[in-house]
Design a protein around this ligand. Structure first.
Ligand code: 5GP
Ligand code: MN
Length: 346
């Protein structure tokens, strides 16, 4: 039998959500720091739905997203707290309703967290990470089994009877979110219902091949050479090629004219080696004196546990992140200790 869509909300939850949306006029949608394709895609898709209801919607992100997402329709209207501080503060202060999309803890907003904590608005979390900070919100729509927040948003739009009104631009944004959070549907994407949802988006006339190229094949020569350099010069293997680690310094980023987004996907590459279970990247942050940590794994290796235990972070089973507040050489020692501590699971 062909699959059908499982309802995303109970009737009671649908009623609760509508009861929060209906009386509100000014709505803010926010996503996590260093927004990715899913944070942005889900925000744009949800913003379209709310605008169609006549709401005044502002999308506010803590800082800019990677350059390879700027082609997304509507992305230029996003307000960045790090750049447009006054506009961001005003939007939060005036909001009746705040949607927190694609993050489970207010702390992931970093410098913007207090604006959300102190806002008088009602708060709703819509997310697919484990363990949402429920006490921070008036309603929590947490669906860790879903591939992306964009998937949740599409299901919500459908459940709210608004699929017919979803535009080509909205469908493009939601497809981008689903595609980026699954590495082009290569992980976290075996639920057959995902392909019903993709079919619904394709029915809106989106060009999925072009979206793929826009996102994954739009790097500069510098980024391609940075990739070659990292793989050739920096990548270290551990535990009989079951784990790997590479670092990237600010000086190296400067040498390769690094722009935001150029690090994206690099951490996945070592997993192409047969038998690899865990890949770690340590990168000096360009804005703050911290080392950004990215972890990727395959099968049942729990990146999120390692990220929580060693890297002040968290995330999904196979994709997690965090940061370390000390120099790169120290961070390497921490990462090596983490590999040692988890070697029985490798
Ligand atoms: P990335 O390696 O792409 O920065 O992050 C991968 C995933 O790890 C994200 O989708 C998110 O779920 C999680 N993640 C990244 N950074 C952090 C962090 O600082 N804290 C927590 N809790 N999760 C993070
Ligand atoms: Mn996501």
């Amino acid at each position: 039998m062909l699959p059908t869509l499982t309802p995303i909300l109970s009737d009671k939850e649908l009623f609760q959500l509508m009861a929060l949306i209906r009386p509100s006029h000014k709505v803010v949608i926010c996503g996590h720091r260093s927004p990715d394709g899913d944070a942005l895609g889900s925000a744009l898709g949800w913003a379209e739905y709310l605008k169609n209801l006549g709401k005044y919607v502002t999308i506010v992100m803590p800082n800019p997203f990677p350059d390879f997402l700027y082609w997304l329709p509507g992305s230029k209207q996003v307000v960045f707290h790090s750049l447009h501080n006054e506009r961001a503060c005003k939007a939060f202060a005036e909001a009746d309703l705040i949607f927190c999309l694609d993050f489970n803890a207010i702390s992931r907003l970093q410098d913007m967290a207090d604006l959300v904590r102190k806002a008088r608005a009602t708060r709703v979390i819509i997310d697919h990470h484990l363990n949402p900070e429920a006490e921070m919100a008036d309603m929590v729509i947490s669906r860790p089994q879903m591939c992306s927040t964009s998937e949740i948003i599409l299901r919500l739009i459908d459940a709210l009877g608004a699929y017919e009104d979803l535009s080509h631009a909205g469908a493009t944004a939601l497809y981008t979110g689903m595609m980026t959070d699954t590495g082009g549907f290569t992980y976290a994407s075996s639920n057959p219902e995902i392909y019903l949802l993709i079919s619904m988006l394709l029915s809106k006339g989106i060009d999925k091949d072009k979206i793929y190229r826009n996102v994954f094949y739009s790097f500069s020569e510098n980024r391609l050479r940075l990739m070659g350099y990292i793989l050739h010069e920096k990548l270290q293997f551990y535990e009989n090629h079951k784990a790997s680690l590479f670092t990237m310094t600010r000086a190296e980023m400067k040498e390769f004219h690094f722009i935001r987004g150029d690090a994206e996907g690099l951490v996945n590459l070592p997993l192409q080696v047969r038998g690899m279970r865990l890949s770690i990247s340590l990168r000096e942050d360009t804005e703050k004196d911290v080392v950004r940590v990215s972890l990727r794994s395959v099968d049942d290796f729990p990146c999120n546990k390692m990220a929580e235990q060693f890297f002040n972070g968290g995330g999904h089973l196979n994709a997690s992140g965090g940061e370390l507040p000390f120099p790169l050489e120290e961070a390497v020692k921490t990462a090596e200790a983490a590999i040692q501590a988890y070697k029985d699971l490798l």
